[in-house]
Design a protein around this ligand. Structure first.
Ligand SMILES: Cc1cc2nc3c(=O)[nH]c(=O)nc-3n(C[C@H](O)[C@H](O)[C@H](O)COP(=O)(O)OP(=O)(O)OC[C@H]3O[C@@H](n4cnc5c(N)ncnc54)[C@H](O)[C@@H]3O)c2cc1C
Ligand code: SF4
Length: 549
């Protein structure tokens, strides 16, 4: 059996842990960890758990899934589609967005030829466990293969990279010299780990990055050898998760962060400082406001790193977690709008050419895509989130097979999660665009709270530590353009509800929004999502949560 839990939906109700304890468990209060490849002996219990999950977050192979009917997309309206059974669709990138896009194409009724090209040799696998359960040794690397939600009937070209795109001839060029023709193309080539800046340092034994299943296999082996100290360069989500696993394994770990706190680049300094306190409580040697200047080695092996404050950290394992680079090189010269910022598209996932004119037959989804979102000032943004890859692939697939009038827009409010130090950290919206933040629910001291973020009087994001259940409310509030600061007299209200500067890098220009109106999104499904202007009311407040008695 193969399964994956959609953690963007999971609200930690623990039904699965009660019904199938061999396969699902909580780490800390509500951080779900699970076995993605359980044995058939547990099959009955897992089917019960999948059926009982209140938010239907447990996804199984199609052949195993009795809940599938409930997840079906609404049938496309009757009428001719522009992509008949003689048509050819090519997907480049055989990972989450590529697989989910291909499945959605079949679900949408596409019966033509489907080819999926991926440069990794493995079938599509799930990356989030790589820095969590796989690294800690709970899950074998090869158990992360993603379940197949549909029968694909696809031609797979794995282990071979796309090296070029000829838009005039409508062909993808492969590294082995083959040309694959298409009528529609889905680009889903994602990102790769940013290597250490200096190739000499990067090439030392004991220096790792973490993006692929092979990376995690090698890093796991290095941790099993019980290094005297691990140095993590970068305090983003991946770096913090690696540090968390090191502490679980009782390994000494230093985290070097360029900013004021870990996670501050994504969530701001206020929440970042709380994350930093959590790290210190767990014994992490956290160094903030420093950068690593050089990695030093001896006999080809890393022995430590020099920091910008002059100190030297001895370490026999160094994990470089300094972000990602978008896989766009193969598109060079294709005439598409692609570069280090990603592949630019409209809200319908159609890629722009270099002149900014939208194409009709080339689509993009996932980490490599850069798209506009009306709720966030209509800025173009790239989201390196699991949930975004899934949602965007679904919208792209729909638009590939349907005509102009029935196209959907990718307007979902982004959702992200991370599991570290026994906590589940979840975010909805885009915290990085905020200028203010307020703790609205729970208690920072108990490490169980919600922080709501605002910009120019509007709620733009919310982040929870071990309070996943409350985030759905905030997700809706963000889509609906709720005012900021919110009415915080709600469930589990926080004792101190001070407004604070969010502490994000202030590199952004003001949004070009009218003072008296907001762009808001209505609808719950891609088929229903619409953007409308809505007058801002003086008494505008967030929709109320039921007050806890
Ligand atoms: C260690 C780790 C932990 C993560 N944890 C979380 C988490 O907790 N929560 C969360 O929301 N997100 C998490 N993510 C992010 C999430 O996994 C990504 O958002 C998701 O994988 C994006 O899917 P994608 O298909 O767009 O891109 P990718 O998964 O990057 O896949 C792109 C694929 O295309 C292939 N490719 C690239 N170039 C070519 C080419 N020229 N020809 C053929 N194939 C090519 C790549 O090798 C790769 O297989 C994590 C990511 C990592 C690496
Ligand atoms: S929401 Fe579903 S997946 Fe999450 S803990 Fe509950 S039952 Fe398990």
């Amino acid at each position: 059996m193969r399964l994956v839990v959609d953690m963007t939906k999971c609200q930690s109700y623990a039904q699965c842990c009660f019904l199938a304890p061999e396969s699902f468990t909580f780490q800390g209060q509500e951080a779900l960890v699970y076995d993605p490849a359980p044995t058939d002996a547990h099959r009955g219990k897992i089917l019960q758990a999948a059926a009982a999950c209140p938010v239907q977050a447990i996804l199984l192979d199609r052949s195993d899934d009795p809940t599938l009917a409930r997840r079906e997309l609404p049938a496309p309206p009757p009428g001719p589609t522009p992509l008949g059974p003689e048509s050819r669709v090519v997907v480049v990138g055989a990972s989450l967005a590529g697989l989910r896009g291909a499945e959605a194409l079949r679900r949408e009724g596409f019966r033509g030829e489907l080819t999926i090209i991926g440069d990794e040799p493995e079938e599509p696998y799930d990356r989030p466990p790589l820095s969590k359960q796989v690294l800690s040794g709970r899950v074998a690397p090869e158990s992360t293969t993603l379940p197949r939600l549909e029968d694909l009937d696809a031609g797979w070209r794995l282990g071979v990279a796309a090296t070029g795109l000829d838009l005039d001839a409508k062909q993808v060029l492969l590294a082995d010299g083959e040309h694959i023709a298409f009528d529609r193309l889905l680009i889903a080539t994602g990102t790769r780990a940013r290597p250490w800046v200096d190739p000499d340092g990067a090439g030392l034994d004991g220096v790792f990055t973490l993006r692929t299943v092979d990376d995690s296999r090698r890093l796991r082996a290095a941790l099993e050898a019980r290094p005297a100290r691990v140095l993590v360069v970068g305090g983003g989500f991946t770096g913090s998760e690696v540090a968390s696993v090191c502490r679980d394994l009782d390994l000494p770990v230093t985290v070097a962060v360029r900013g004021p706190a870990p996670l501050a680049g994504a969530l701001g300094a206020v929440v970042g400082r709380i994350a930093g306190d959590v790290q210190r409580d767990h014994g992490v040697d956290l160094r903030c406001d420093v950068s690593v200047t050089t990695l030093e080695g001896q006999d080809g092996r890393v022995r430590g790193a020099r920091l910008s404050d002059g100190t030297f950290v001895e370490a026999d394992v160094v994990v470089v977690a300094t972000g990602a680079v978008r896989n766009v090189e193969w598109l060079e010269g294709s005439g598409l709008s692609s570069g280090e910022w990603g592949v630019t598209c409209d809200a319908g996932c159609r890629v722009f050419d270099l002149n900014g004119v939208v194409t009709d037959d080339v689509f993009v989804a996932g980490d490599v895509a850069r798209f506009p979102h009306p709720v966030f000032g209509a800025e173009f943004m790239a989201m390196e989130h699991w949930g975004n890859a899934v949602e965007q692939a679904r919208v792209a697939a729909h638009n590939m097979v349907t005509g102009q009038v029935r196209r959907w827009a990718h307007l979902s409010v982004p959702v992200f999660w991370s599991i570290q130090f026994g906590h589940v950290i979840k975010s909805v919206g885009v915290p990085s665009v905020a200028d203010e933040v307020m703790i609205t629910q729970g208690s920072v001291e108990d490490r169980s709270f919600v922080a709501v973020y605002g910009r120019q009087g509007r709620t733009v994001a919310a982040v929870s530590f071990d309070q996943s259940k409350l985030l759905e409310h905030h997700r809706r509030a963000i889509a609906e353009g709720a005012a900021f600061p919110p009415d915080a007299s709600t469930v589990n209200e926080a004792p101190d509800q001070d407004l604070e500067p969010a502490g994000l890098p202030s590199t952004r220009t003001p949004w070009a929004v009218a003072e008296e109106t907001d762009l808001v999104v209505t609808g719950d499904e891609p088929s229903e999502w619409r953007t409308t202007w809505r007058p801002r009311r003086a008494d505008d407040q967030q929709p109320q949560l039921a007050r806890q008695e």
